[in-house]
Structure formats: structure tokens, C-alpha cells
Design a protein around this ligand. Sequence first.
Ligand code: PLP
Length: 364
Amino acid sequence: MLKRIDLSRDFEKHREEYLKAIENVCKDTAFSGGKYTDKFDKEFADFVGTKYASGVNNGTSALHAAMTALNIGPGDEVIVPANTYIATAWGVTYTGATPVFADCTEDTWEIDAESVKKKITDRTKAIIGVHLYGQPFDFNAIDKIAKENGLFVVEDCAQAHGAVYEGKNVGTLGEMGCFSFYPGKNLYAFGEGGSVTTDNEAYFNTVDTMKNQGCRVRYYHEMIGYNYRLEGMMGAVLSVSLKYLPEWTKRRRYIGKRYLSEITNPLIVHQAHPANTEPVFHLYEIKVPDPDNFLEYMKDKDIECNRHYPVPCHLQKAYAHLGYKAGDCLNAEDLAAHCATLHLFPEMTEEEIDTVIKACNEYR
Ligand SMILES: Cc1ncc(COP(=O)(O)O)c(C=O)c1O
């Protein structure tokens, strides 16, 4: 069976380097925060192109911390796309504010500026755009609405390390960029991890303090804190993988472009990739008439596939109390009903890429 992602291939390839990095952390007993996470924070800020990066324990905490840095709380509303991983909305909910779900566009499947406009109320404080599947959302359109209405824009970059919008790296566009290093992400730790990137010193200080039990000086707690620190081992491993990220991104783009041009089955709909963006193909999402049937078909061919995401956020049980109903975000609902995820990871062989393309083209 061809696994949808096989991380063991990367580990085997760079085994010595990864194990050495872990050994160093053990020798220095720099397990929580410390020199390896500090080093990675600097490297990641350089990579993204922001003044600051603050490593945290996962991408969900990154979003929570970013919302806190913007002073968002009870009574506030934050607009997020209905088509995203649910954690985008958790970051808002944890502050006591309310996520308000906007639809995605019909072709890019990214947050739709027109839908966002309709969701703005007196309580709206911010918009979180998600560069979903590694495809940058239309930042300028969202930013224009934000500026007209005095709102903040935060980027959820969990799926888009290294993606570029109009020549600028994601994570540099909004007030803050929130990244995840969950295993399987384009840049991943050997466990959980995340980061908040920003040029704004005040935001950085809040995130950096909040994640560290609310203190900068030990045992002096300036704010309600959380234990959201990045672990030393994750920092050390991430410093190794960050070196390979450009190479991995190149390979993802190569595979993504092959799928885009060579999968020509009319039953399969591809995501649109606007010309002013350079996506990084975190997930190769397609639309098919009957995803369960497609997944079964691929399984019969020994190819494992899955779906991102079968239920849009506004219709998740966890948010039933917000009162959304089917029909509220039509494009997101259509995508949820028809999506399937193809294989795409940098270590795929040419033969495996060919196998996926052939299977897709032979699907009836
Ligand atoms: C779009 C998006 N936002 C946020 C997250 C949350 O990241 P984490 O799993 O590291 O908490 C993820 C992770 O899957 C994600 O895909």
C-alpha cells in the first residue's frame, strides 16, 4: 500500500543528523525552551523574513497566542473560513471571542473576500485567512476589507511554510503568521510544534511571555500565562529539517505541477492557483463526484487516500451552539461533500507519482 505520507523516508535519509541533534539536546539537558529553541526561532524568523519568531508547542497555541496579542476576547468576533482545519477557529474560541465563518471561493477554495464583507458587524475585530493546502489566499482583497473596517488580519500558515504571495513569504503579510510543525506538515517536528512570526515587537513580547507561564523573569508573572513552550528536542530537529525545506518545497512544486497538468480526467476538479501566488502543495486536494467511491477505488489500487475536510467548521457539532445550518457557506459545503486528498510528499519516487496519475486518469 502506498501510504499517503511516509515520513520514515526522510528519517532514514537524514538519520545521523537527526539523531545527533537529539543527542545534543540530551547532553545539554535543554529540554524545554533553551538554546535549541532560541536558535531555531532565529533561523525560522530569517527563513520567513520577519523580525521575530516565537516557537510554541503547536499551531493551535500559535493561533490562541496571536489572538491574545491582539487583545481579542469575550464579545469580539473574528472571521475565519468555514473551509479550514478546525484549529483556526479554536484559537478564537479559547479567548472567549466568537468565530464567524465565511465561505471560500468556488475555484481557489480559499477564503472569499465577498463572503467576508457580509459577515462584518460592530463586534468584528479581526480576520484570520488560512493559506489552505499550501495555496496563499487572496491577501490583498482581505487586507483591503480589513483596512476599510479597522480590522486586523492574521495569517494561518500551518499548511504553507515557504509559500509566496506577490513575491512575499506567507507569515510576513498580516499582523502575525501562525505556523504548525505537526508531523506531516511541510516543515515538521518529531512531535508537536508551532511558531508565531511577526515584525511587531509588542505582539512578539506578548506571545513570548504568554507561552512561558506569563513571565519574562522567572516567578514574576505579568499576565495570565500558559505552558505553550516549544520543546528543546523539537527545536533541534526543526533546525535540521529547516535546512531541507527549500529542497522539499521544490519537490512538492514539481509533483503538484505534474498532477495539475497530467491528471486530465474530467471527473477530477483541481484547485485553482492564481498567477500571483507560488503555492507549496501541502495537500493535493481534488473534487470528485463521489469521494467514498474514489477512495475505495484508490485503495483497490493499493493507494491510500483521505479527505480534508469532510465537515466544514460551521457545521461541526462543536459549533452547533452558533446556529449555522446547511446552505450558509455553499462553496465550503460543496467542497466538503466532494473532496479527496492525493498523495504528495517530497520523497515520493517518480514511479509512485506516475502510479497516482495513472490511477486518477483511469478512474471512471
Ligand atoms: C490550517 C491549520 N491551522 C491550524 C492547525 C493546528 O496546528 P497544530 O495541529 O499544530 O495544533 C493545523 C494543523 O493541522 C492546520 O492545518
